[in-house]
Design a protein around this ligand. Sequence first.
Ligand code: HEC
Length: 498
Amino acid sequence: MPRSTRFALLLGLVAVAAPAARGDDPAPLTRRQKGDLAIKARAVLRKYCGECHGDAPTRSQLSVLDHNQLVAKGRPVPFVNLDAPPRSQVIEFIEDGSMPPGGRERPTPEEVATLKVWAAARAPSYPRAFDDRTTLAVMLDDLDRQDPAAVPHLRYLSLAHLVRDDQLVPDLKAVEGQLQRALLAASGKSVSPDPVDDTATLFRLDIRALGWDTPDLFDRIEKGQPRPDAYPMVPFDLLLLDYPHAPAVPEKDPLAGRLQSFLGAAKQLRPVPFLRADWVGEALAPTAPLAADLKSLVDLGRTTKKAGPPPCGPRVRPFVGPEPARGRAPLTAWYAGDAAADPAPFGLKVEVIRSDSRPTSEVGVGEAFKLRVVADREVRFVLLTVLATGDVRIQPVDGGTVLKRDEPRSLGSPPAKPFVIASILTGAESATEHFVLVAAEGEVPVPTIVRSRHADAADCKNNQAPVWRFVFDAPAGGFDPARAVRKVVPLTVTRKKP
Ligand code: HEC
């Protein structure tokens, strides 16, 4: 059997990428195949050798997790011999039965074959660990190699968190495919981000290629009116406002300074170093509302260069999404419900009550209602309403914005009036509006409200409207979003009194 065929069969995951060249040379591996090979070789070595040659090698100095050491030259028989792969000590010792020693579980023939194919492919490298910190280090090193003029537009997408030491290689190819479909759905452009590392678990994305970098697409809304200057936000930032997995990088981490200089150049709306590619793939799936939002902004970016009226925005679907949010949805998330750290820093309950004090999820147009709110600690809060057209408003409340510990309050509009929804702006028979309450033990800043420069909802059909968001600008006066709790309360309004 020719070598290439045998290896392909044994490996399974190393499917032949191109028609095999005539002769014995295996088809060149794709980046994904090479990456999977590196991940799998690491997993085999870790499993059978890690106990003694692991993170802190207990026997001999060999650590199989240290790729540099494995491929280093200068030993009579290198651990992994890049020039004569079969003459690698690691492979020889396994084959002659001396390692792992004693009656320990041995690698299967398939696993040994994996190591051989890996060595023959010049042993593509792998990190010691697939954790966030390693990913960050790989990313910062890659940034150092890039043209400084491009850096503000570069973003990184990671698969590393999907690699688990106790699992076989996950189907990263499928995740990459999903990511590419998502990028297409959310930009209209077919773009494949480049892997930057040998395991192909970190990808560099130039947001210019997707039209996700266009400035001047958002206004900041104050008292219902746009301010004259555009709000500094680009389409990509929408992802950050919803992103639930931002890794925390402690200030004293030696990488923090380099990360800060990247974030300073990138001017992102939230300081998120990189995104999980599988999250992006799902959040921007072709049917996902966030994909439509981004795509509509790309289209808007194209038309702002021309004269004429702006296009209509995407269909409005605030707060649809997983419930409870997967991961920790940020306070600004548009497609998640309640959000809080886990465990939540305090208990908070918000419900809509009718005039007879009974809770409800539905009111009629013109019907009076209040919000009953209680927290198990003294907190302050900000209340927003999100209308069925997506419009976000800061909702003034009667009686101040402090909740005393365990003392329920019934919120209404000032002065001492219940809330009333006077009409359904979309013209439909019923519509869902949302109250969003953000509470924290200290002062809660009033968020900035932003709206895309799409045509007004009143001029559009099919529930299309500009993209609205609320943003907590640079943390002011000790406000820590990670210590805040947000509740989202949907309220269906119908024309006929229910
Ligand atoms: C139970 C512990 C144990 C396990 C598991 C184990 N080894 Fe070892 N290994 C040792 C010890 C002990 C030595 C040192 C032997 C000596 O110096 O005589 C060694 C030495 C080696 C050396 C030579 C290192 C040098 O510094 O010269 C290689 C190569 C090696 N092992 C490969 C492996 C591989 C590959 C595996 C997994 C397939 C493995 N070992 C699993 C205990 C282990």
